[in-house]
Design a protein around this ligand. Structure first.
Ligand SMILES: *[C@@H]1O[C@H](CO)[C@@H](O)[C@H](O)[C@H]1NC(C)=O
Ligand SMILES: *[C@@H]1O[C@H](CO)[C@@H](O)[C@H](O)[C@H]1NC(C)=O
Length: 501
Protein backbone atom coordinates (compact mmCIF):
# COMPACT_ATOMS: atom_id res chain seq x y z
CA UNK A 1 0.00 0.00 0.00
CA UNK A 2 1.52 3.28 -1.06
CA UNK A 3 0.51 5.90 1.45
CA UNK A 4 2.44 8.59 -0.35
CA UNK A 5 -0.27 8.35 -2.98
CA UNK A 6 -2.88 9.40 -0.47
CA UNK A 7 -0.82 12.33 0.65
CA UNK A 8 -0.21 13.63 -2.86
CA UNK A 9 -3.94 13.77 -3.28
CA UNK A 10 -3.97 16.20 -0.42
CA UNK A 11 -2.72 19.27 -2.27
CA UNK A 12 -5.35 18.77 -4.92
CA UNK A 13 -8.09 18.46 -2.42
CA UNK A 14 -6.85 21.19 -0.13
CA UNK A 15 -7.97 24.04 -2.37
CA UNK A 16 -11.37 22.48 -2.51
CA UNK A 17 -11.35 22.21 1.29
CA UNK A 18 -10.70 25.82 1.98
CA UNK A 19 -13.73 26.75 0.00
CA UNK A 20 -15.92 24.08 1.45
CA UNK A 21 -14.73 24.44 5.03
CA UNK A 22 -15.92 28.05 5.22
CA UNK A 23 -19.31 26.77 4.26
CA UNK A 24 -19.28 23.83 6.64
CA UNK A 25 -17.77 25.51 9.67
CA UNK A 26 -20.60 27.95 9.41
CA UNK A 27 -23.07 25.13 8.88
CA UNK A 28 -21.99 23.04 11.86
CA UNK A 29 -21.63 25.87 14.32
CA UNK A 30 -23.97 24.85 17.08
CA UNK A 31 -23.46 27.09 20.03
CA UNK A 32 -20.78 28.36 22.32
CA UNK A 33 -20.63 25.23 24.46
CA UNK A 34 -19.65 23.06 21.53
CA UNK A 35 -16.86 25.50 20.74
CA UNK A 36 -15.55 25.50 24.28
CA UNK A 37 -15.44 21.73 24.28
CA UNK A 38 -13.67 21.80 20.96
CA UNK A 39 -10.95 24.20 22.09
CA UNK A 40 -10.39 22.12 25.23
CA UNK A 41 -10.03 19.00 23.11
CA UNK A 42 -7.74 20.89 20.80
CA UNK A 43 -5.42 21.82 23.63
CA UNK A 44 -5.16 18.22 24.86
CA UNK A 45 -4.85 16.86 21.36
CA UNK A 46 -1.75 18.97 20.84
CA UNK A 47 0.05 16.72 23.36
CA UNK A 48 -0.34 13.75 21.05
CA UNK A 49 1.30 12.87 17.81
CA UNK A 50 -0.88 12.08 14.81
CA UNK A 51 -1.52 12.85 11.17
CA UNK A 52 -1.82 16.53 10.26
CA UNK A 53 -5.43 17.70 10.24
CA UNK A 54 -6.96 20.03 7.63
CA UNK A 55 -9.73 22.54 8.37
CA UNK A 56 -13.20 21.14 8.94
CA UNK A 57 -12.33 17.59 7.87
CA UNK A 58 -9.55 17.00 10.37
CA UNK A 59 -8.04 13.69 9.26
CA UNK A 60 -11.18 12.30 7.73
CA UNK A 61 -10.49 13.31 4.14
CA UNK A 62 -8.29 10.28 3.48
CA UNK A 63 -10.94 8.04 4.96
CA UNK A 64 -13.68 9.57 2.82
CA UNK A 65 -11.60 9.20 -0.33
CA UNK A 66 -10.55 5.63 0.45
CA UNK A 67 -13.23 3.96 2.53
CA UNK A 68 -11.85 0.53 1.67
CA UNK A 69 -8.53 1.37 3.34
CA UNK A 70 -9.72 2.96 6.60
CA UNK A 71 -8.56 0.06 8.75
CA UNK A 72 -5.19 -0.16 6.99
CA UNK A 73 -4.63 3.57 7.53
CA UNK A 74 -5.44 3.23 11.23
CA UNK A 75 -2.85 0.47 11.47
CA UNK A 76 -0.31 2.36 9.41
CA UNK A 77 -0.64 5.38 11.71
CA UNK A 78 -0.02 3.12 14.71
CA UNK A 79 3.29 2.10 13.15
CA UNK A 80 4.11 5.73 12.43
CA UNK A 81 2.88 7.54 15.55
CA UNK A 82 3.04 4.87 18.23
CA UNK A 83 0.69 3.18 20.67
CA UNK A 84 -1.39 6.32 21.44
CA UNK A 85 -2.06 8.75 18.66
CA UNK A 86 -4.75 11.28 17.97
CA UNK A 87 -7.08 11.55 15.08
CA UNK A 88 -9.54 14.29 14.23
CA UNK A 89 -12.74 13.02 12.64
CA UNK A 90 -14.13 16.42 11.73
CA UNK A 91 -14.48 18.15 15.12
CA UNK A 92 -14.34 14.91 17.09
CA UNK A 93 -11.16 13.94 18.89
CA UNK A 94 -10.27 10.24 18.77
CA UNK A 95 -7.32 8.52 20.39
CA UNK A 96 -6.20 5.26 18.84
CA UNK A 97 -4.76 2.86 21.41
CA UNK A 98 -2.57 -0.20 20.95
CA UNK A 99 -1.09 -0.59 24.40
CA UNK A 100 -2.39 -3.40 26.63
CA UNK A 101 -2.43 -1.44 29.85
CA UNK A 102 -4.29 1.51 28.30
CA UNK A 103 -6.72 -0.88 26.63
CA UNK A 104 -7.36 -2.49 29.99
CA UNK A 105 -8.03 0.89 31.66
CA UNK A 106 -10.47 1.86 28.95
CA UNK A 107 -12.35 -1.40 28.66
CA UNK A 108 -12.67 -2.23 32.33
CA UNK A 109 -13.54 1.16 33.76
CA UNK A 110 -17.15 2.02 34.47
CA UNK A 111 -16.53 5.42 32.93
CA UNK A 112 -16.53 3.74 29.56
CA UNK A 113 -19.83 1.94 29.23
CA UNK A 114 -20.65 4.02 26.17
CA UNK A 115 -19.38 3.31 22.69
CA UNK A 116 -20.08 6.94 21.77
CA UNK A 117 -22.91 8.88 20.17
CA UNK A 118 -21.70 8.23 16.65
CA UNK A 119 -21.55 4.50 17.25
CA UNK A 120 -24.95 4.65 18.88
CA UNK A 121 -26.41 6.57 15.94
CA UNK A 122 -24.86 4.51 13.19
CA UNK A 123 -25.20 0.97 14.47
CA UNK A 124 -28.46 2.00 16.10
CA UNK A 125 -29.90 2.53 12.61
CA UNK A 126 -30.64 -1.17 12.62
CA UNK A 127 -29.87 -2.39 16.12
CA UNK A 128 -31.64 0.54 17.84
CA UNK A 129 -31.87 -0.19 21.57
CA UNK A 130 -30.26 -3.62 21.30
CA UNK A 131 -27.58 -4.48 23.86
CA UNK A 132 -24.84 -3.94 21.29
CA UNK A 133 -25.54 -0.34 20.28
CA UNK A 134 -27.57 1.02 23.20
CA UNK A 135 -26.10 3.20 25.95
CA UNK A 136 -26.93 4.77 29.28
CA UNK A 137 -29.54 3.45 31.72
CA UNK A 138 -31.48 1.61 29.05
CA UNK A 139 -28.36 -0.39 28.14
CA UNK A 140 -27.60 -1.17 31.79
CA UNK A 141 -31.09 -2.48 32.33
CA UNK A 142 -31.18 -4.77 29.33
CA UNK A 143 -27.61 -6.01 29.72
CA UNK A 144 -28.33 -7.09 33.27
CA UNK A 145 -31.38 -9.08 32.24
CA UNK A 146 -30.11 -10.50 28.98
CA UNK A 147 -26.83 -11.83 30.28
CA UNK A 148 -28.82 -14.38 32.30
CA UNK A 149 -29.40 -16.86 29.47
CA UNK A 150 -25.68 -16.74 28.56
CA UNK A 151 -24.39 -17.79 31.97
CA UNK A 152 -22.03 -20.72 31.51
CA UNK A 153 -24.06 -22.79 33.91
CA UNK A 154 -27.01 -22.64 31.50
CA UNK A 155 -25.11 -23.38 28.33
CA UNK A 156 -25.85 -27.10 28.50
CA UNK A 157 -29.35 -26.12 27.30
CA UNK A 158 -27.97 -25.26 23.90
CA UNK A 159 -25.81 -28.29 23.36
CA UNK A 160 -28.45 -30.51 21.79
CA UNK A 161 -29.23 -27.93 19.13
CA UNK A 162 -25.55 -27.29 18.46
CA UNK A 163 -24.96 -31.04 18.07
CA UNK A 164 -27.97 -31.44 15.83
CA UNK A 165 -26.83 -28.64 13.48
CA UNK A 166 -23.25 -29.92 13.52
CA UNK A 167 -24.47 -33.37 12.50
CA UNK A 168 -26.44 -31.76 9.69
CA UNK A 169 -23.34 -30.03 8.30
CA UNK A 170 -21.34 -33.25 8.49
CA UNK A 171 -24.05 -34.96 6.46
CA UNK A 172 -24.30 -32.15 3.93
CA UNK A 173 -20.55 -32.24 3.43
CA UNK A 174 -20.60 -35.93 2.53
CA UNK A 175 -20.69 -35.44 -1.28
CA UNK A 176 -17.72 -33.07 -0.98
CA UNK A 177 -15.56 -35.82 0.49
CA UNK A 178 -15.61 -37.69 -2.80
CA UNK A 179 -14.80 -34.66 -4.88
CA UNK A 180 -11.32 -33.11 -4.96
CA UNK A 181 -12.72 -29.74 -6.02
CA UNK A 182 -12.40 -26.84 -3.60
CA UNK A 183 -15.52 -25.31 -2.11
CA UNK A 184 -16.27 -22.48 0.29
CA UNK A 185 -16.93 -24.11 3.64
CA UNK A 186 -18.57 -20.96 5.04
CA UNK A 187 -21.61 -21.64 2.83
CA UNK A 188 -22.26 -24.72 4.94
CA UNK A 189 -21.19 -23.31 8.30
CA UNK A 190 -23.20 -20.11 7.85
CA UNK A 191 -26.65 -21.66 7.68
CA UNK A 192 -25.82 -23.79 10.70
CA UNK A 193 -24.65 -20.92 12.90
CA UNK A 194 -27.72 -18.93 11.94
CA UNK A 195 -30.07 -21.79 12.71
CA UNK A 196 -28.29 -22.47 16.01
CA UNK A 197 -28.81 -18.84 17.00
CA UNK A 198 -32.49 -18.87 15.96
CA UNK A 199 -33.22 -22.13 17.76
CA UNK A 200 -31.21 -21.66 20.93
CA UNK A 201 -31.90 -17.98 21.53
CA UNK A 202 -35.40 -17.57 20.14
CA UNK A 203 -36.71 -21.13 20.30
CA UNK A 204 -37.63 -21.05 16.59
CA UNK A 205 -38.58 -24.38 15.09
CA UNK A 206 -38.53 -23.72 11.37
CA UNK A 207 -34.93 -23.45 10.10
CA UNK A 208 -34.00 -21.10 7.27
CA UNK A 209 -32.70 -22.24 3.91
CA UNK A 210 -29.16 -21.66 2.66
CA UNK A 211 -30.43 -19.12 0.14
CA UNK A 212 -32.35 -17.08 2.69
CA UNK A 213 -29.45 -17.05 5.07
CA UNK A 214 -27.07 -16.00 2.32
CA UNK A 215 -29.19 -12.92 1.65
CA UNK A 216 -29.36 -12.15 5.37
CA UNK A 217 -25.60 -12.50 5.73
CA UNK A 218 -24.89 -10.19 2.79
CA UNK A 219 -27.25 -7.55 4.18
CA UNK A 220 -25.68 -7.74 7.65
CA UNK A 221 -22.23 -7.47 6.10
CA UNK A 222 -23.15 -4.47 4.02
CA UNK A 223 -24.72 -2.69 6.96
CA UNK A 224 -21.74 -3.37 9.19
CA UNK A 225 -19.19 -2.10 6.63
CA UNK A 226 -21.27 0.98 5.86
CA UNK A 227 -21.64 1.86 9.56
CA UNK A 228 -17.94 1.37 10.21
CA UNK A 229 -16.96 3.62 7.30
CA UNK A 230 -19.37 6.34 8.34
CA UNK A 231 -17.79 6.40 11.82
CA UNK A 232 -14.86 8.12 10.11
CA UNK A 233 -16.88 10.82 8.37
CA UNK A 234 -17.57 14.27 9.83
CA UNK A 235 -21.13 14.42 11.03
CA UNK A 236 -22.54 16.69 8.36
CA UNK A 237 -21.08 14.78 5.43
CA UNK A 238 -22.26 11.58 7.02
CA UNK A 239 -25.79 12.91 7.31
CA UNK A 240 -25.81 14.02 3.70
CA UNK A 241 -24.51 10.65 2.57
CA UNK A 242 -27.14 8.87 4.62
CA UNK A 243 -29.88 10.96 3.15
CA UNK A 244 -29.09 9.52 -0.26
CA UNK A 245 -28.78 6.00 1.08
CA UNK A 246 -32.09 5.93 2.88
CA UNK A 247 -33.82 3.66 0.43
CA UNK A 248 -30.98 1.18 0.42
CA UNK A 249 -30.86 1.17 4.20
CA UNK A 250 -34.56 0.46 4.42
CA UNK A 251 -34.04 -2.50 2.13
CA UNK A 252 -31.26 -3.84 4.35
CA UNK A 253 -33.32 -3.19 7.44
CA UNK A 254 -36.15 -5.17 5.95
CA UNK A 255 -33.93 -8.19 5.27
CA UNK A 256 -32.41 -8.06 8.73
CA UNK A 257 -35.86 -8.17 10.28
CA UNK A 258 -36.25 -11.75 9.07
CA UNK A 259 -35.66 -13.46 12.43
CA UNK A 260 -38.00 -11.01 14.12
CA UNK A 261 -40.75 -11.80 11.63
CA UNK A 262 -40.21 -15.50 12.26
CA UNK A 263 -40.39 -14.97 16.00
CA UNK A 264 -43.74 -13.21 15.60
CA UNK A 265 -45.00 -15.77 13.10
CA UNK A 266 -44.25 -18.62 15.48
CA UNK A 267 -45.86 -16.68 18.32
CA UNK A 268 -42.75 -16.79 20.47
CA UNK A 269 -43.32 -13.44 22.14
CA UNK A 270 -46.78 -14.36 23.39
CA UNK A 271 -46.80 -14.66 27.15
CA UNK A 272 -48.37 -17.85 28.38
CA UNK A 273 -49.69 -17.27 31.85
CA UNK A 274 -49.34 -20.63 33.49
CA UNK A 275 -47.44 -21.49 36.61
CA UNK A 276 -45.19 -24.00 34.95
CA UNK A 277 -43.84 -21.34 32.65
CA UNK A 278 -42.93 -18.99 35.49
CA UNK A 279 -40.99 -21.62 37.33
CA UNK A 280 -39.16 -22.83 34.28
CA UNK A 281 -35.45 -22.54 35.03
CA UNK A 282 -33.88 -23.30 31.70
CA UNK A 283 -35.08 -20.15 30.07
CA UNK A 284 -33.98 -19.03 26.64
CA UNK A 285 -33.21 -15.47 25.65
CA UNK A 286 -36.69 -15.14 24.19
CA UNK A 287 -38.25 -15.96 27.57
CA UNK A 288 -36.47 -12.98 29.11
CA UNK A 289 -37.58 -10.80 26.23
CA UNK A 290 -41.22 -11.60 26.90
CA UNK A 291 -40.96 -9.58 30.09
CA UNK A 292 -42.95 -6.35 30.37
CA UNK A 293 -39.69 -4.55 31.03
CA UNK A 294 -39.18 -4.35 27.26
CA UNK A 295 -41.31 -2.37 24.86
CA UNK A 296 -42.23 -3.91 21.49
CA UNK A 297 -39.65 -1.72 19.80
CA UNK A 298 -36.98 -2.92 22.26
CA UNK A 299 -37.91 -6.55 21.74
CA UNK A 300 -37.49 -6.16 18.01
CA UNK A 301 -34.15 -4.37 18.47
CA UNK A 302 -32.85 -7.14 20.72
CA UNK A 303 -33.91 -9.90 18.34
CA UNK A 304 -32.16 -8.18 15.44
CA UNK A 305 -29.07 -7.62 17.57
CA UNK A 306 -28.80 -11.17 18.85
CA UNK A 307 -29.55 -12.84 15.53
CA UNK A 308 -26.63 -11.03 13.89
CA UNK A 309 -24.36 -11.10 16.94
CA UNK A 310 -25.10 -14.73 17.65
CA UNK A 311 -24.35 -16.00 14.17
CA UNK A 312 -22.44 -13.76 11.79
CA UNK A 313 -19.12 -13.67 13.62
CA UNK A 314 -19.32 -17.38 14.33
CA UNK A 315 -19.49 -18.25 10.62
CA UNK A 316 -16.22 -16.43 10.15
CA UNK A 317 -14.38 -17.81 13.16
CA UNK A 318 -15.41 -21.41 12.48
CA UNK A 319 -14.66 -21.18 8.75
CA UNK A 320 -11.28 -19.57 9.43
CA UNK A 321 -10.39 -22.31 11.91
CA UNK A 322 -11.27 -25.00 9.39
CA UNK A 323 -9.25 -23.23 6.70
CA UNK A 324 -6.24 -22.83 9.01
CA UNK A 325 -6.38 -26.50 10.00
CA UNK A 326 -6.61 -27.42 6.32
CA UNK A 327 -3.35 -25.51 5.83
CA UNK A 328 -1.48 -26.84 8.89
CA UNK A 329 -1.82 -30.62 8.73
CA UNK A 330 0.39 -31.26 11.73
CA UNK A 331 -1.79 -29.09 13.91
CA UNK A 332 -4.90 -30.70 12.45
CA UNK A 333 -3.50 -34.14 13.35
CA UNK A 334 -2.85 -33.01 16.88
CA UNK A 335 -6.41 -31.76 17.26
CA UNK A 336 -7.72 -35.04 15.87
CA UNK A 337 -5.54 -37.04 18.28
CA UNK A 338 -7.09 -35.14 21.14
CA UNK A 339 -10.57 -35.84 19.78
CA UNK A 340 -9.74 -39.57 19.38
CA UNK A 341 -8.67 -39.63 22.98
CA UNK A 342 -11.94 -38.01 24.08
CA UNK A 343 -14.37 -39.91 21.86
CA UNK A 344 -12.57 -43.22 21.32
CA UNK A 345 -13.84 -43.27 17.72
CA UNK A 346 -17.40 -43.40 18.99
CA UNK A 347 -19.56 -41.12 16.84
CA UNK A 348 -21.72 -39.96 19.73
CA UNK A 349 -22.69 -36.34 20.34
CA UNK A 350 -20.46 -33.89 22.20
CA UNK A 351 -21.17 -33.37 25.90
CA UNK A 352 -20.20 -30.53 28.25
CA UNK A 353 -17.48 -32.75 29.68
CA UNK A 354 -16.07 -33.39 26.21
CA UNK A 355 -15.99 -29.66 25.55
CA UNK A 356 -14.00 -29.09 28.71
CA UNK A 357 -11.44 -31.64 27.59
CA UNK A 358 -10.78 -30.01 24.21
CA UNK A 359 -7.74 -28.11 25.46
CA UNK A 360 -5.67 -28.19 22.32
CA UNK A 361 -8.62 -27.28 20.09
CA UNK A 362 -9.20 -24.34 22.42
CA UNK A 363 -5.59 -23.22 21.95
CA UNK A 364 -6.10 -23.44 18.19
CA UNK A 365 -9.31 -21.38 18.34
CA UNK A 366 -7.62 -18.76 20.51
CA UNK A 367 -4.70 -18.55 18.13
CA UNK A 368 -7.06 -18.14 15.16
CA UNK A 369 -8.78 -15.27 16.98
CA UNK A 370 -5.40 -13.75 17.82
CA UNK A 371 -4.26 -13.56 14.21
CA UNK A 372 -7.75 -12.82 12.94
CA UNK A 373 -9.54 -10.81 15.60
CA UNK A 374 -13.22 -10.83 14.64
CA UNK A 375 -13.81 -7.33 15.98
CA UNK A 376 -10.55 -5.56 15.07
CA UNK A 377 -11.54 -2.15 16.42
CA UNK A 378 -13.28 -1.48 19.71
CA UNK A 379 -14.91 1.88 20.33
CA UNK A 380 -15.44 3.50 23.72
CA UNK A 381 -16.20 7.05 24.75
CA UNK A 382 -15.26 8.51 28.13
CA UNK A 383 -17.95 10.27 30.14
CA UNK A 384 -15.32 11.94 32.34
CA UNK A 385 -11.69 12.98 31.97
CA UNK A 386 -9.33 10.02 31.99
CA UNK A 387 -5.70 9.62 32.90
CA UNK A 388 -3.74 7.25 30.70
CA UNK A 389 -0.06 7.01 31.60
CA UNK A 390 1.06 10.63 31.92
CA UNK A 391 -1.75 11.99 29.77
CA UNK A 392 -5.06 13.45 30.77
CA UNK A 393 -7.67 12.85 28.12
CA UNK A 394 -10.76 15.07 28.19
CA UNK A 395 -14.28 13.67 28.53
CA UNK A 396 -16.08 13.08 25.25
CA UNK A 397 -12.96 11.77 23.52
CA UNK A 398 -13.54 8.66 21.49
CA UNK A 399 -11.12 5.78 22.02
CA UNK A 400 -10.45 3.30 19.27
CA UNK A 401 -8.60 0.18 20.36
CA UNK A 402 -6.49 -1.32 17.61
CA UNK A 403 -6.79 -5.02 18.42
CA UNK A 404 -4.60 -6.45 15.60
CA UNK A 405 -1.70 -4.30 16.85
CA UNK A 406 -2.16 -5.61 20.40
CA UNK A 407 -2.32 -9.18 19.14
CA UNK A 408 0.90 -8.74 17.21
CA UNK A 409 2.97 -7.47 20.10
CA UNK A 410 6.11 -9.68 20.15
CA UNK A 411 6.57 -9.19 23.91
CA UNK A 412 3.36 -11.08 24.60
CA UNK A 413 3.36 -13.30 21.53
CA UNK A 414 6.87 -14.27 20.39
CA UNK A 415 7.06 -14.59 16.58
CA UNK A 416 3.67 -12.94 16.30
CA UNK A 417 3.29 -13.64 12.56
CA UNK A 418 3.56 -17.38 13.03
CA UNK A 419 0.44 -19.44 13.59
CA UNK A 420 1.33 -21.32 16.74
CA UNK A 421 -1.24 -22.66 19.22
CA UNK A 422 1.58 -22.72 21.81
CA UNK A 423 1.00 -18.98 22.16
CA UNK A 424 -1.88 -20.12 24.35
CA UNK A 425 -0.28 -22.95 26.29
CA UNK A 426 -1.33 -23.00 29.95
CA UNK A 427 1.99 -21.42 31.02
CA UNK A 428 1.77 -18.61 28.50
CA UNK A 429 -1.86 -17.86 29.32
CA UNK A 430 -0.89 -17.39 32.95
CA UNK A 431 1.60 -14.61 32.18
CA UNK A 432 -0.43 -12.84 29.51
CA UNK A 433 -1.11 -9.29 30.76
CA UNK A 434 -4.75 -8.30 30.97
CA UNK A 435 -5.69 -6.19 27.96
CA UNK A 436 -3.17 -7.81 25.63
CA UNK A 437 -5.60 -10.31 24.11
CA UNK A 438 -9.09 -9.09 23.27
CA UNK A 439 -11.02 -11.51 21.05
CA UNK A 440 -14.26 -10.77 22.89
CA UNK A 441 -13.23 -7.47 24.52
CA UNK A 442 -13.26 -7.31 28.35
CA UNK A 443 -15.08 -5.27 30.97
CA UNK A 444 -18.73 -4.26 31.23
CA UNK A 445 -19.29 -4.17 27.47
CA UNK A 446 -17.50 -7.36 26.57
CA UNK A 447 -19.11 -9.91 24.26
CA UNK A 448 -22.12 -11.28 26.11
CA UNK A 449 -22.03 -14.56 24.18
CA UNK A 450 -18.37 -15.39 24.70
CA UNK A 451 -18.91 -18.78 26.36
CA UNK A 452 -21.75 -19.60 23.97
CA UNK A 453 -19.41 -18.90 21.05
CA UNK A 454 -16.66 -21.10 22.48
CA UNK A 455 -19.12 -24.00 22.89
CA UNK A 456 -20.43 -23.64 19.39
CA UNK A 457 -16.99 -23.36 17.79
CA UNK A 458 -15.79 -26.48 19.58
CA UNK A 459 -18.88 -28.54 18.76
CA UNK A 460 -19.01 -27.64 15.08
CA UNK A 461 -15.26 -27.86 14.42
CA UNK A 462 -14.83 -31.13 16.29
CA UNK A 463 -17.79 -32.77 14.54
CA UNK A 464 -16.33 -31.96 11.12
CA UNK A 465 -12.79 -32.97 12.10
CA UNK A 466 -13.85 -36.30 13.53
CA UNK A 467 -15.33 -37.25 10.17
CA UNK A 468 -13.17 -35.51 7.57
CA UNK A 469 -9.59 -34.65 6.81
CA UNK A 470 -9.31 -31.07 5.58
CA UNK A 471 -7.09 -29.93 2.71
CA UNK A 472 -6.10 -26.64 1.19
CA UNK A 473 -3.76 -25.55 -1.56
CA UNK A 474 -3.01 -22.12 -0.14
CA UNK A 475 -0.72 -20.90 2.65
CA UNK A 476 -1.61 -18.71 5.61
CA UNK A 477 -0.02 -15.74 3.82
CA UNK A 478 -2.52 -16.18 0.98
CA UNK A 479 -5.44 -15.48 3.29
CA UNK A 480 -6.37 -11.88 2.54
CA UNK A 481 -8.66 -10.32 5.08
CA UNK A 482 -10.66 -7.16 5.03
CA UNK A 483 -10.92 -5.28 8.28
CA UNK A 484 -13.88 -3.13 9.07
CA UNK A 485 -16.09 -3.49 12.09
CA UNK A 486 -15.88 -7.24 11.57
CA UNK A 487 -13.00 -9.07 9.97
CA UNK A 488 -13.70 -11.32 6.99
CA UNK A 489 -11.69 -13.22 4.40
CA UNK A 490 -11.83 -11.51 1.04
CA UNK A 491 -11.56 -14.68 -1.02
CA UNK A 492 -13.76 -16.90 1.10
CA UNK A 493 -12.83 -20.14 2.81
CA UNK A 494 -11.97 -22.68 0.11
CA UNK A 495 -11.05 -26.14 1.32
CA UNK A 496 -11.51 -29.71 0.15
CA UNK A 497 -12.26 -32.84 2.17
CA UNK A 498 -11.52 -36.52 2.32
CA UNK A 499 -13.11 -39.06 4.60
CA UNK A 500 -11.19 -40.12 7.70
CA UNK A 501 -10.83 -43.83 8.10
C1 LIG B 1 -12.97 -21.59 -4.58
O1 LIG B 1 -13.35 -22.79 -5.24
C2 LIG B 1 -14.25 -22.63 -6.31
C3 LIG B 1 -14.61 -24.01 -6.82
O2 LIG B 1 -13.48 -24.78 -7.07
C4 LIG B 1 -13.65 -21.72 -7.37
O3 LIG B 1 -14.59 -21.50 -8.39
C5 LIG B 1 -13.25 -20.41 -6.74
O4 LIG B 1 -12.59 -19.60 -7.68
C6 LIG B 1 -12.34 -20.64 -5.56
N1 LIG B 1 -12.05 -19.38 -4.92
C7 LIG B 1 -10.81 -18.96 -4.70
C8 LIG B 1 -10.68 -17.63 -4.06
O5 LIG B 1 -9.83 -19.61 -4.98
C1 LIG C 1 5.69 9.92 32.81
O1 LIG C 1 6.54 11.03 33.07
C2 LIG C 1 7.68 10.73 33.83
C3 LIG C 1 8.41 12.04 34.16
O2 LIG C 1 8.45 12.88 33.04
C4 LIG C 1 8.57 9.75 33.08
O3 LIG C 1 9.70 9.41 33.81
C5 LIG C 1 7.75 8.49 32.79
O4 LIG C 1 8.49 7.60 31.98
C6 LIG C 1 6.46 8.84 32.06
N1 LIG C 1 5.64 7.65 31.97
C7 LIG C 1 5.03 7.29 30.84
C8 LIG C 1 4.18 6.06 30.92
O5 LIG C 1 5.13 7.92 29.81
Amino acid sequence: MKFTEYFSLFSLVQAFCVFISIFFVYGTYDGKKQNEKHSRHKWYASLFDGPKPVPYFGNSLNFILHPESIALMLMFYTQKYGSKYRLWIGQKLSIVISDASDAKTILIGNKFTSKGDDFHDLFGRVFKTGTFSDQGESWKKSRKILQQPFKSILLHNYIDTMNEEARKIVKELQPKAHNPEMFDVSDFVGTATFNIACKTLFDLKEPVSKETHYIFRKAAEEFETDSFNLMFYPKLIRNIKQLFAKKKLNHIFNIMELPYRKVILEGKLKVKRDKKNDEQVDKKLIDYLKSDVFSDEEKKAQIMTYSVGGSETLVISISLTLLILAIYHEIQDKVVDELKHIFNDDDRDTTVDDIKQMHYLEQVLKEVMRLFPLAPFLFRTAKEDVILGNHTIPSGTEFIINVPALHNNPTNFPNPDTFDPEHFSAERCRVLPKGSYLPFAIGPRNCIGKAFAMYEMKIVCSAILRKYRLHSIITKEDIKVKYSFVLDSIEGYNISLSERK
